[in-house]
Write a new protein. Sequence first.
Length: 376
Amino acid sequence: MKLNFNIQPFNTWATVTKEPFLIAGPCSAETEEQLVATAHLLKATGRVSVLRAGIWKPRTRPGEFEGIGSIGLEWLKRAKAETGLPTAVEVATAKHVEEALAAGVDILWIGARSTANPFTVQEIADALKGHDVPVIVKNPVNPDLSLWIGALERINNAGITKLAAIHRGFSSHEKSAFRNEPMWDLAINLKTHAPELPIICDPSHICGNRELIPYIAQKALDLDMQGLIIESHIDPSVAWTDAKQQLTPAALDAIMDKLEVRKPGAGTEEVKDALAVLRDNIDKIDDLLIQKVGERMKIVEKIGNYKKDNGITILQVNRWEEILNKRIPYASAFNLSKEFTEKFLELLHSESIRKQTEIMNKDGVSGSQQEHLTHA
Ligand code: PEP
Ligand code: MN
């Protein structure tokens, strides 16, 4: 599926101070001093392209700090006037959009909770009509690519052509080191469907802690994402929201210093040639893999027909265990992990079961007759 967003190239609206494009600032604007002082320190790093600050905060429980509200727009204006940094805020209602635009905010972002709700996204989209402002759309809280795409489409249909996505990870019941599972494949999928749509990574909300941010930030750059949005607070230890994941401007600067920006097309002719040869090898191996999987499925169909003719159940647990027990040590000899091998075999196995179920459920004709017919 190719998505057709009507958008302007990223570099026509995003001014990059220094590669990689970096949006930084506190999770929440708390006081005028906190915001302005943080902005000055971020500006001084020479790395920040845009200043972020949440002023309307979506909080899980009532009674938590719900953002400073509209007064924060005045503080953002001052921070921008003093540092020259363009500003970005989260908008979740039509009123937020109107107030933010009236206050001259440069970029609006849609939060993960809002993206998950098409009514909210449509309300925001309607309020954006007729305005030429950049909008960046975070992925929804839940791992649902269609919701993310749907939100981007609603905003694009409202006439917003300065559009980007933010990958901030997904909620999962599985306990892990991350606050929100990166599930990179969803972001990669979005990129495959809409290669021209810029994706910015939000390591702060993926990690939920400072320690893992460099790892996720580097990974995002290696996946050729267009930039990063990272939370930074003048004193994270006293931050009113997301204290564990915020970095001082100095710590952020140190992390950015160590990141490697690898350009997709960069490198000498020699490197490019070597890469082309390696890619060609990969293509050949992938073709062979597909051919072999096709052959495997043909055998699976034969087995399905035997089972049908002889009234044998499709799933035989012992056989499946045997396959796993034999293959895992074999795969480990090729440096393939147990987790990968299990997942890979499970995928093959579930497709085999699906094929055999299809054969079993074909009425009237017996398995072998059916095979005879299809090969006739
Ligand atoms: C934020 O950026 O501070 C925020 C609330 O993020 P998310 O919508 O990704 O949870
Ligand atoms: Mn936050």
